[in-house]
Design a protein around this ligand. Structure first.
Ligand SMILES: C[S@@+](CC[C@H](N)C(=O)[O-])C[C@H]1O[C@@H](n2cnc3c(N)ncnc32)[C@H](O)[C@@H]1O
Length: 403
């Protein structure tokens, strides 16, 4: 019985902050989280191929997507049978390069499996295929997968699901362009570790959660810093407004945004950067006053000031709480002023920090959101927290809409 294949079309391999990735995927592809099936960092979904191919590039939090082809019983799995079934699936026009990734234990040696598939597929195609990567390597890295797809090759992914006594087999359909993402973070002209850089992938995810009308929509980042969100806004063709209290960072943000055009990633830039202190009345700023009068933003998406960068965890929760209490006023001013400037249907997506304490716990501030004015959007995807293994300040995403 092929229960999984009947219900789902693809497996999505999520980025390391899985809750955030699920929320983004379901928002972009308008699928309900309740209609997906999750196994840690893998999620079964039902999405049309054409929709996926056209929109995969928009995602920041999904590593790859595999089209489901076959479902077998794990406890009955035999090398010969698996090889025969996979060979049957391989189209006769397949090119020279063949990749194979195996997730979980199949009780079949990776070397034997790769060797047998290589021989069997070569016999079917009447030409010798080249198996990419080492014969004992269970999972190919993203760079190898990119190469296989770019060269028109075929990558087969096999996933063991012991809790269901299942093995699923699929063809890699889309994979994240890691060279592009790393150049956006590390090759741009202006970077500054001191002010804490928002990762480009997270900026993309935040914009996707803001659900801005495609091509025509616009957003504001009132703490734009070096312009990471503005750059992502340009890649998604949104009108992007960025402001900051610091004039020097605005000049750097200008350089970063202009660089996107210089390297040919964006043809036409649609952005505006200006100085503004979020604690001041926005109606005293001409640009914001005009926006409040004539249009309002479709979304406000931002990473506010998260406190001084730290190299060590807080000694006590009390010290972490003291830092939050020094930031609370800024967040309150931000929410108060954002409320004048957001379109009534628009979303505000912002980051609240969580601080690591020396005892291993996290101090998560309680941001008092006025529930008579705002509704917190729940993506049913678990915690929307983004952190790296060594993070001392984690980023929690909050998404709100006006009531
Ligand atoms: C965490 S950084 C934002 C980083 C930005 N996301 C980036 O990728 O570069 C916070 C920014 O808030 C700005 N800032 C601090 N207080 C502010 C205020 N009262 N009004 C506006 N901007 C402020 C700082 O100058 C800094 O650039």
């Amino acid at each position: 019985m092929s229960q999984l294949l009947e219900k789902y079309s693809h497996i999505v391999f999520l980025g390391s902050n899985t809750g955030v990735s699920v929320a983004e995927f379901c928002e972009v592809f308008k699928c309900k989280t309740a209609e997906t099936l999750r196994f840690h960092d893998k999620m079964f979904v039902n999405v049309a191929d054409t929709h996926l191919s056209a929109n995969f590039w928009r995602l920041g939090g999904t590593v790859k997507v595999v089209k489901l082809k076959l479902e077998l019983k794990l406890s009955d799995l035999k090398l010969n049978n698996l090889v025969a079934k996979i060979t049957e699936l391989v189209p006769s026009f397949s090119r020279k390069y063949l990749g194979l990734s195996v997730y979980g234990s199949l009780n079949i040696g990776t070397h034997d499996l790769k060797l047998s598939i290589g021989e069997s597929v070569s016999a079917k195609l009447g030409k010798k295929v080249k198996i990419v990567g080492s014969m004992r390597q269970a999972v190919l890295n993203t760079a190898s997968s990119n190469k296989i797809l770019n060269k028109g090759g075929l990558q087969i992914d096999i996933v063991a699901l012991p809790s269901r006594d299942k093995v699923v087999v699929g063809f890699l359909q889309q994979v994240q362009d890691i060279d592009l993402w790393s150049s956006l973070d590390y090759s741009r002209p202006e970077r500054d570790m001191k002010i804490g850089m928002l990762p480009s992938k997270l900026a993309r995810i935040m914009l996707n959660l803001a659900n801005i009308p495609r091509e025509v929509g616009g957003f504001w980042d009132p703490f734009c810093g070096l312009g990471t969100l503005i750059m992502q806004g340009q890649l998604l063709s949104y009108y992007s407004y960025g402001s900051d209290v610091n004039k020097e960072v605005l000049q750097k943000a200008e350089k970063n945004v202009a660089w996107l055009k210089e390297i040919g990633l964006v043809k036409q830039l649609k952005y505006r950067l200006f100085k503004h202190d979020i604690k001041r009345n926005p109606l005293n700023n001409k640009i914001l006053r005009d926006i409040a009068r004539f249009g309002r933003f479709d979304a406000i998406v931002t990473e506010p000031y998260l406190g001084k960068p730290r190299s060590r965890p807080f000694a006590t929760r009390k010290l972490a709480a003291a830092v939050w209490s020094s930031l609370r006023g800024l967040y309150k001013a931000f929410l108060r002023h954002a409320s004048y400037l957001i379109n009534p249907e628009g979303r505000i997506v912002f980051i609240v920090p969580a601080f690591k304490v020396r005892d291993g716990t996290w101090y998560e501030p309680n941001l008092e959101i006025n529930r008579n004015r705002w509704k917190v959007v729940n993506f049913n995807a678990g915690k929307l927290t983004w952190r790296r293994p060594n993070s001392i300040v984690a980023r929690q995403l909050v998404v709100i809409e006006k009531l």
